[in-house]
Design a protein around this ligand. Structure first.
Ligand code: KG4
Ligand code: ZN
Length: 378
């Protein structure tokens, strides 16, 4: 018998709902993005995000059910993101899921958003037939997170949920946040990742040298605020770049522009800076993740989250992974960024293991995944 789970996700600035059958088959996946609302602020404004979720949640859930060609009464369970995320945003999806579960008399399953990102890779793997082997090292890299987890799957044939050990994380900015802030300094719009990714191919990645941040206490921790500040100082020292920044600001004030349009307003110095910034971030992510994979003896590498959509990151991981004998897995691009299919897939594993949430389920803005590093590399 097929188990169809309705997943609901509202942890940040995407209102999403999806129906997934047996944790592997996506019957529908609807994402209402709020980028247009937050664009003029250059980042997510929490109060506006909650308000938008309130407007979007009912139509998004309805659309997901319609696209899956079913009725709400036909779902077997509801999976909702409990955290981590913005509390006001989380509460909208969580409350909606709770009320639906109560009204329809369906089981409710609480999902950790980060576990959702792990399942995004597995959803993709199921559709391609190429499955990762466990234990795996998972890099979750988005606008809100840069985290490394060692993921154990106790028995590939069992429904027992995975277990996680935190290996490292960012000390300051998340990688996606650094992309967004650098794009803001350069007047390249919001979100920064996709546009910087497209412009980076037109610059020389060796033009500007950004030193790698040394973190003594844990070699698998990340830090991206240094590189962001280095970009700021680079720009301060080059007043000749100000007119083009002002020109881009002006065109953006008239509406969103494509990367190609913005490129027409960008000098080779700017394109070189972007290519060098991207190279430094990508190298750092790839290097630390693969070093951790070797140290903690895993059998595959999973990369998920918004930044996993990055072209150079995918290429570098694939090339370097091959060279070092690590098999690397990514979700498709739509599954890399926040979505509810990954939440429904993660809910399925927990639902099958008998987990149920109570009516007193509350949002957990700092919900950790697994324990702090308890795995020994020896
Ligand atoms: O996972 P996500 O949709 O939301 C959370 O932050 O949880 O990730 C969005 C982040 C943004 O910071 C965005 O700039 C970044 O992912 N991003 C990218 C790319 N596409 C999205 N960063 C680098 N390269 C990309 N192609
Ligand atoms: Zn996310």
């Amino acid at each position: 018998m097929t188990t169809r789970i309705l997943g609901i996700e509202s942890s940040c600035d995407e209102t999403a709902a999806a129906v997934v059958a047996d944790g592997v088959k996506i019957l529908s996946s609807v994402v209402a993005s709020q980028v247009d609302v937050h664009r003029k602020y250059g980042g997510v404004v929490p109060e506006l995000a909650s308000r938008e979720h309130l407007r979007q949640i009912a139509p998004v859930v309805r659309e997901a059910i319609e696209q899956a060609q079913m009725r709400l009464e036909d779902v077997d369970a509801i999976g909702v993101t409990q955290g981590p995320g913005l509390v006001g945003s989380l509460l909208v999806g969580l409350t909606y899921g709770k009320v639906l579960a109560l009204a329809l008399n369906k089981p409710l399953v609480a999902v950790n958003h980060l576990e959702g990102h792990v399942h995004a890779v597995l959803l993709e793997a199921h559709s391609t037939g190429r499955t990762p082997r466990f234990p795996a090292m998972c890099l979750i890299v988005s606008g809100g997170h840069t985290l490394l987890y060692r993921v154990e799957h106790p028995d590939q044939n069992s429904v027992a949920p995975f277990s996680y050990a935190r290996i490292g994380g960012t000390r300051d900015d998340a990688a996606g946040e650094a992309y967004d802030k650098v794009a803001k300094m350069l007047a390249l719009g919001y979100p920064g990742g996709p546009v910087l990714d497209k412009l980076a191919v037109h610059g020389n990645p060796d033009a500007v040298r950004f030193g790698s941040t040394k973190i003594r206490s844990n070699p698998y921790d990340f830090s991206f605020s240094g590189i962001k500040t280095a970009v700021l100082y680079y720009l301060r020292k080059r007043p000749e770049l100000q007119p083009e920044i002002a020109a881009r600001q002006k065109v953006l004030a008239n509406g969103q522009r494509s990367a190609d349009e913005l490129r027409a307003f960008s000098s080779s110095t700017t394109l070189d800076l972007i290519a060098s910034f991207q190279r430094a971030v990508v190298e750092d992510l790839v290097k630390r993740t693969l070093a951790a994979s070797e140290q903690f003896a895993v059998r595959s590498v999973l990369v998920s989250g918004g930044v996993a959509a990055n072209r150079e990151l995918r290429e570098r991981f694939e090339d370097e992974g091959k060279r070092r004998g690590s098999e690397v897995f990514f979700p498709s691009r739509p599954l890399s960024t926040d979505n509810a299919a990954m939440i429904a897939a993660a809910a399925f594993a927990r639902f099958s293991a008998g987990e149920r949430a109570n009516a007193d389920l509350n949002a957990a803005p700092h919900f950790p995944l697994g324990l702090t590093s308890t795995v020994s590399g020896d």
